[in-house]
Design a binder for this molecule. Structure first.
Ligand code: C2E
Ligand code: MG
Ligand code: MG
Length: 400
């Protein structure tokens, strides 16, 4: 990640640059005026990911641009992907500049009051780092499928949920399993959800798939309970599925029909989808929580939610994204991002689950950091419902 700090005063600029470096950013550039910053950005072949800029530059001789014009030019010419506004100017001015930038398609990661202190700057920078770390994962969707093939597969009942266990750090007890959909294609084999969920969502076919997952998951929960395995089951939802007005009643009816307590059903929504502006999705989230279901923020730490936004959501737990977890013990520069996300979730009074635990080292580190539960290949891979009983029996005998 490359960051540019624009501030006419040298001491605060240097301090901000140091705070950003301390977050684990390798390259931090500095400019003392908007004119110099603009020239630097235009001359540079490599792009800048984040700009931290003041809005006033009255102290620099010959400076033509103020910070407002600078932000507009950056947005118009796509010279950076994100900006943080740092200013002592009135809040209303800063907020309207932020609105202007967003209207021009520039992502505003936040605005902070000067003087810049680590408490306000660090969280914003760490979250941008986390987003970048998660990005390659989101891009890895290469299998090509069409809506027509999806429609056929729904009809032919080719979608099956697999289940991945999650266990408590403290004593290794199995607390829940997450349903992860797979497409059992007769010729192409098992197709992962990343290859078809976005298309299903965009073409209005996801509700049918979600119905299959919900139905099978709750039926399995009952089967496992009858076998003496009393665990919760979690199901992934998108913002689109949350906009279905009948969803809470449907889930409640399924749980009642199979005699499954509401708190044994957890719905997962990614952080990006959770911070929805859709009033219908917000209504569904509130109702799901009011009805006693568990609500999980998935891929936590990769969104751009502020503490304030997150405080206004009704979640019960946070699943720390695997991009922050897997192998992090070997990358001390990323520990800060993980620690920050974990602490944010704890501040919000959420139960914490680490995704992507692949090794004993991941396990030990996350347990030591106070994370409540673990999920990942080190514990178990996702498996068909039929295999959960055998796995659960074996797991208890296994020392951690
Ligand atoms: P997710 O909900 O964050 O699920 C975790 C993903 O991480 C799963 O990928 C899981 O197999 C994988 N994983 C688990 N442990 C490890 C590990 O230790 N290392 C690594 N590298 N990966 C691990 P999967 O099954 O491919 O699912 C990808 C995403 O697709 C899910 O991410 C979820 O957002 C979405 N998805 C899956 N099933 C459904 C569904 O039924 N409905 C919806 N709307 N989305 C679903
Ligand atoms: Mg999930
Ligand atoms: Mg996740």
């Amino acid at each position: 990640m490359r960051v540019l700090v624009v501030d006419e005063q040298m001491v605060p600029r240097r301090m901000a640059a140091k705070m950003i470096k301390d977050c684990g950013v390798a390259e931090v550039l500095e400019a003392e005026s908007a004119d110099i910053a603009l020239a630097l950005l235009e001359a540079d072949e490599k792009s800048v990911d984040l700009i931290v800029t003041d809005l006033r530059f009255d102290g620099v001789a010959g400076a033509e641009l103020d910070g407002i014009a600078f932000v507009r030019r950056v947005a118009e010419r796509s010279l950076a992907s994100q900006v943080i506004l740092a200013s002592a100017t009135e809040d209303c001015v800063v907020r309207s500049v932020a609105a202007m930038a967003r209207a021009l398609g520039l992502d505003v990661a936040g605005h902070i009051r000067k003087p810049i202190v680590p408490e306000t700057l660090r969280p914003l920078v760490l979250r941008q780092l986390a987003r970048r770390m998660a990005a390659p994962l989101l891009r890895a969707r290469s299998v090509h499928v069409t809506a027509e093939e999806l429609r056929h597969a729904i009809h032919a009942k080719q979608f099956v949920p697999y289940f991945q266990p999650r266990v408590r750090c403290e004593d290794g007890a199995v607390t829940a399993v997450e349903a992860l959909i797979r497409w059992r294609h007769p010729e192409r084999g098992l197709i992962p959800p990343g290859a078809f969920i976005p298309l299903a969502d965009a073409s209005g076919l996801l509700d049918d798939i979600t119905d299959v997952v919900l139905e099978k998951s709750i039926t399995w929960a009952r089967t496992w309970r009858d076998m003496g395995i009393d665990i919760a089951v979690s199901v992934n939802l998108t913002e689109g599925s949350l906009s279905r007005p009948d969803l809470p009643a449907r889930i409640a009816a399924l749980a009642d029909q199979h005699g499954i307590a509401r708190d044994r059903v957890i719905l997962e929504v990614t952080e990006a989808d959770a911070l929805t502006e859709s009033p219908y999705a917000m209504e569904t989230l509130a109702r799901l929580r009011m009805n006693g279901f568990g609500l999980s923020i998935d891929d936590f730490g990769t969104g751009v939610g502020t503490l304030e936004q997150l405080m206004n959501t009704p979640f019960t737990e946070a699943k720390i994204d695997q991009s922050l977890v897997t192998g992090v013990f070997g990358q001390p520069q990323f520990l800060g991002v993980l620690e920050f996300s974990l602490r944010l979730a704890q501040e919000l009074n959420l139960k914490t689950i680490a995704e992507g635990i692949e090794s004993k080292a991941d396990w030990d580190l996350l347990c030591e950091m106070g994370c409540d539960e673990m999920q990942g290949f080190y514990v178990a891979r996702p498996m068909p419902g039929e295999e959960i009983e055998g796995w659960a029996l074996g797991w208890h005998r296994q020392p951690l």
